[in-house]
Design a protein around this ligand. Sequence first.
Ligand code: ADP
Ligand code: ADP
Ligand code: ZN
Ligand code: ZN
Length: 752
Amino acid sequence: MSETNQEYIVISGARENNLKNVDLRIPKRQISIFTGVSGSGKSSIVFDTIAAESTRLLNENFSMFVRTFLPRVPQPDTDAIENLSMAVIVDQKRLGGGSHSTMGTITDISPILRLLFSRVGQPRVGPVNLFSFNDPQGMCPECNGLGRRLGVDLDKAVDLSKSLSEGALLLPGYTVDGWDWNMIVQSGFDPAKKLSDYSEAELDELLYAKAKKIETQFAGKPVNITVEGIIEKFTNKYIKQDVKTKSERTQQTVAPFISEGPCTSCRGARLSQAALGCRINGLNIAEMSAMEVGQLIRAVREIADPVAAPIVKSLAERLQHLVDIGLDYLTLDRETDTLSGGESQRVKMVKHLSGSLVDVTYIFDEPSVGLHPRDVHRLNDLLRKLRDKGNTVIVVEHDPDVIKVADHIVDVGPHAGSRGGNIVYEGSFQGLLEADTLTGTHMKRPLRLKQDCRRPAGKLSVKDARLHNLRNVSVDIPTGVLTVVTGVAGSGKSTLINDVFLGQHPDAIVIDQSAIGVSTRSNPATYTGIMDDVRKAFASANKVNQGLFSFNSKGACENCQGLGVVYTDLAFLDSVKLPCEACGGRRFKEEVLAYKLNGKSIADVLEMTVEQAREFFQLKEVVRKLQAMSDVGLNYITLGQPLSTLSGGECQRIKLASELHKKGSIYVMDEPTTGLHMSDIGLLQAIMDRLVDAGNTVIVIEHNLDVISQADWIIDMGPDGGSRGGQVVFEGPPSEIVRAEHSITGRYLSAE
Ligand code: ADP
Ligand code: ADP
Ligand code: ZN
Ligand code: ZN
């Protein structure tokens, strides 16, 4: 195909955010990768221009009537975009969906598995729906398909070390010698024997016996009474009936005895007994759903029944996609809201691979997040597959190993914010290595292993951790140094650090990527506290009340309440956001805007970038906070940018900036290089070093080889993901990991 015939998406004069009249041609049906420092304008091109225009075009296909209900997507600020196909954005937003959404349902694999059981499962039970926990026919009637339900906390209900006379029954109502207590004793239980000496049958009877009538003596006369096990009775009274209908006092009395646990009927499998009785090669559908995908695919391939062949084929194909993308350690019954951002994105990717759409523009946002260098090639294979199906693939990425796979590279820069917004290089990977851009130069830099590692001040011990896949992990985390916890995806890093370690050290400062900001008015200035100082400065310069300069005060624009935008709620769609007509987006009343500080209004200040504000302000506290933000590579964001528009990586760095001055603490960071260009990683390392030098303990979960190579201490989890992981395969300094036989990470550090 000659160059002139080739199809391109053609963009002319793009000016969103910091873009400087960018002209660009993106080859169709190829992989284009956008690189450049954070804030250089990659998202402004890819999301705010290309994806936005595609959404707008899509909406135009609807009838006028439907369109009146759709959010009005404004045309991106650009002269023209030609040749665009439908865009699908595969991002890192977590897959929500509650407990009824699992890996199996979201990837459409569960319906195929159900079909398989309905065709070849033994004994035959008929309908496909019987195998669905989302269907009334299939769900466990005890827990309505949730797999969990409220139950009595046994440890709180009885004290096994006591006898009935000593007060072994702790549930309300069974005071020794009271009516209910007497009924229990009358029905034949020995009041002097410790419950721990009861036989299993006796204890079962005491706790769970169904209501039955017994004849006994009362005040010398024979009477018939009804007795039932104490837990059975409590369950019938307070759990099967809605406890909310009882008095508040009763609710408070019974609440401590009730907790949520696996459903005792289906044992967490969510399905009816009929469905669970149906098996293939000895396994029921719940057992298959609880197998790791890597094992499940083997079990599925062993199904020899010719009737099942086409179903087995399609099932294996989809499972293979999950294996290919490095998610073989997940199970189909895993609830999607427990997946990490990177895992969520890869699951979404699999969904698209199985689909049959062609000529779609797929847009990925840093798909390497959460992937160990060992698994990056799997991601690359997947991107190639999407391309080879006839799609255009556009990726924003910082990982050198992903950048290598590009057919076409667009390097945006040269720097961030107003000093960026240009295309500084376009072309092949080889060309990039020779280009004089930040990306080009950093791609060539060799990796160096830290030699002069700091000595630990002490240690924090984790003992016999067994959560999720952890296999009795005992590990010492040194204090006063920088520790990097690494290992392939699913090896147990987050479980060890975020669940187990933080469970024991809740005082640690956690700097993660979760969204921040308490209200829609939150921005970097309010979050870091700069806004308070700025308000004071405006107030004293103008001799007015500082409250005037707050978004929540009477100084704020009344039309938008200081938001600068107006949200219009639509019943069944995302609400529409439009610039406020009263203040033109400047958020304050005219009279407030008239007050100036060194010639600038409060709105002018909020429009300043961190870098500009640093030149403008002399106030010591403000300068310190601004410096902290620029130290974490956020020079380019504006003080008034809503926190909701920041990426996960940017949120994480803002948190880092506002926690930087604390001393003597434990810091825990989860993949802090997310969203950071290679040239910005040095900045991050400098911050971590500063924190450690100030006497803090820093623990970082990372895959980035630059960060791992500069650690004082490495804890490498593995050897693989899921059940094949969960062990510490190496503990020690970088110079030793390269010699450790079993460490995959070590191999990648020495290969560089
Ligand atoms: P990248 O994707 O390369 O990190 P972006 O395209 O997100 O960079 O940002 C480029 C510039 O545009 C930055 O200065 C950023 O602060 C600014 N910017 C991005 N989104 C917005 C927004 N919603 N409002 C105001 N400024 C923005
Ligand atoms: P890493 O952080 O190294 O990627 P994780 O700690 O997230 O690994 O996962 C380790 C193992 O524990 C995996 O098999 C994963 O599927 C499992 N796991 C993690 N979180 C949960 C959860 N909330 N529920 C069930 N299993 C989980
Ligand atoms: Zn159940
Ligand atoms: Zn307004």
